[in-house]
Write a protein that binds this ligand. Structure first.
Ligand code: ADP
Ligand code: MG
Length: 556
């Protein structure tokens, strides 16, 4: 607990920096800030260990800015961050805290952007350099004196930095700075390799550690759901119906999975997008911006692509695929509960992953309780609740021109108010099922993973297997199931398939039912009515450069 009177004011930071912090609206320092700021102001080397989301940026930015000499137009502090996104984030934070410090400027130095503007900002006398190691080494190649005036350096997210293989670059950078500098290292974890760096390059560092358990997870409510691997997408769709989220980030393990899940959610009407390492940097930044301002509500990401995302709107983190280790679990769920808000973290667990769940519970020191898959009844209740909530504010002033229009429609259509109301509801709900029976058919899931299904999960689900699969999903009413030999190994996602069929078949989205994409084939439900004619139209359609060749598919 940090409750000292005076909060930031008592820590001794420069009055202009304090004014900027007050303007941002921080009320009191976080624990790592309360402990690290005096140490850094005092000129000591330091190792700070605290989890994501604990406010490490301000913990070093505030004291460093307090010690910059605006009169000297030369590099005085260098901050190293592992990725471009993080470097930009840290640079932006520095700019915010330096708003009331005239003559202090910050340059972000990172790869994938032209050198020119970065060189110019350096020539103009920026005192703070926020850099990724690779690009900073490039700059050193042009000017080996670039860091000769550095007095303070910070290694931010040191563990991530080493995971990304920046060790050699770091050595080059350390060598290019005066030995008399002050060095500070921040890391969520302190593996042996980090201790070795500290030993070699830090001088009698003070060690500050904020216990992970109380810090990271306290504001985040965690739960897990047992599910089979092949039911994850359906389970996610159902969970999202009843979860009350503002913005959500879903984690999966592969690039393909980001695309598949994002398009499945888009098809359900969510504003969703994929974020993975194949997506160009500027496009990635656009996705994050859209999540910030509400043009997107869901981002489906891999761990690498999501590194450093800081979007206060995120209320939910959904771990669709298990993280590889407890540290990345803690990193992931740190995407919510930002800036003191509440967050919720959900974890899908397949039967084989039960052990990993126990490890996570041990490391975070918290029980991750179980939730069950929402029942069709709960889904229905949630849909009706959302509908009611959406209509409630409109009802109070529904009279006026819309009231008159309603009366006129009653006359024009010659129907009862109840029939007209029902028709309007059907329209506003976009054909969404609002009856229990329909919802049951819509999401025919085995409610929770049972032991007798465990075996099946291991069997490859490929083109040879479906005959042996028992209890295939029933075909939606009025639809016929069709099959193509194209699947994920051909680079197909639901979105491509859907796009091709809509375009070439001249269909509306509602005409197409469930789409299942597998590795070596895909299934899609098309209208039974006129199917042969439609398949004729699609005869020569190509998707991802390959012939689609859709055929009616028979289970038996
Ligand atoms: P970390 O680097 O530890 O992951 P950040 O420095 O990115 O954490 O901070 C996480 C979030 O908390 C940011 O949105 C930041 O603006 C906010 N924050 C930092 N310090 C405070 C504070 N003292 N009071 C309120 N919010 C804060
Ligand atoms: Mg950080």
């Amino acid at each position: 607990m940090t409750q000292e009177i005076g909060g930031f004011a008592a820590l001794g930071i420069h009055p202009s920096v304090l004014a900027a912090v007050t303007a941002v609206g921080y009320e009191e320092p976080s624990p790592i800030q309360a402990q690290a700021i005096p140490v850094i102001l005092g000129g000591h080397d330091m190792i700070g260990q605290a989890q994501t989301g604990t406010g490490k940026t301000a913990a070093f930015a505030l004291p460093i800015l307090s010690k910059i000499d605006p009169a000297r137009r030369e590099p005085q502090a260098v901050i190293l961050a592992p990725t471009r996104e993080l470097a930009l984030q840290v640079a932006t934070a520095f700019e915010t805290y330096a708003k009331q410090l005239p003559g202090v400027s910050v340059v972000a130095v990172y790869g994938g952007a032209p050198m020119g503007p970065q060189l110019k900002a350096l020539r103009m006398g920026a005192q703070v350099i926020v850099a990724t190691p690779g690009r900073l080494v490039d700059h050193l190649g042009r000017n080996d004196q670039l860091l000769s005036t550095i007095r303070m350096m910070v290694l931010d997210e040191a563990d991530e930095m080493l995971k990304l293989g920046f060790m050699d670059d770091l050595e080059v950078i350390f060598q290019a700075m005066p030995e008399s500098r002050q060095s500070v290292l921040f890391s969520a974890t302190l593996p042996h390799s980090i201790r070795a760096i500290a030993e070699k390059h830090l001088r009698e560092p003070q060690h500050i550690k904020i216990a992970a358990k109380t810090q990271t997870v306290a504001r985040i409510e965690q739960a897990h759901l047992m599910v089979h691997a092949d039911q994850k997408v359906a389970a996610v769709c159902r969970l999202l119906e009843v979860e009350d989220f503002d913005a959500l980030i879903a984690f999966v393990r592969t690039k393909q999975a980001t695309l598949d899940l994002a398009s499945a959610l888009e098809a359900k009407g969510y504003k969703a997008a994929a974020l993975n390492g194949d997506i160009a940097q500027n496009q990635r930044e656009r996705v994050i911006e859209s999540l910030k301002d509400g043009r997107l509500d869901i981002v489906v990401a891999t761990d690498v692509a999501a590194r450093g995302i800081d979007v206060p709107r995120i209320t939910h983190v959904l771990n669709v695929d298990m993280p590889y280790d407890p540290e990345s679990y803690v990193h992931r769920i740190g995407r919510t509960g930002r800036a003191g808000r509440e967050g919720r973290a959900l974890l899908l667990v397949t039967p084989r992953e039960r052990r990993m769940l126990q490890v996570i519970e041990r490391v975070t020191g918290q029980k991750v309780g179980e939730v069950k898959l929402p029942t069709p009844q709960q889904v229905l209740d949630a849909r009706i609740r959302k509908l009611t909530n959406g209509l409630a504010p409109l009802v109070s002033d529904a009279e006026g021109s819309h009231g008159e229009l309603f009366d006129r429609l009653l006359g024009d259509l010659q129907c009862s108010p109840r029939a007209l109301g029902a028709a309007l509801l059907r329209k506003v709900t976009n054909g969404q099922s609002l009856s229990l029976a329909e919802i049951e058919r819509e999401q025919p899931l085995v409610p929770n993973a049972g032991p007798q299904r465990e075996r099946r999960e291991r069997e490859p689900f490929d083109s040879a297997a479906p005959r042996e699969r028992r209890a295939p999903l029933p075909v939606s009413e009025g639809k016929a199931r069709c099959r193509t030999a194209l699947g994920t190994r051909d680079g197909i996602a639901a979105k491509n398939l859907l796009g091709a069929i809509l375009n070439e078949g001249g269909l509306q989205r509602e005409a197409i039912g469930r789409i299942q994409i597998r590795e070596t084939f895909s299934l899609v439900e098309l209208p039974e009515d006129g199917l042969d004619r439609l398949l004729g139209k699609l005869k020569d359609t190509r998707v991802a450069g390959k012939a689609l060749k859709l055929r009616r598919y028979r289970e038996d």
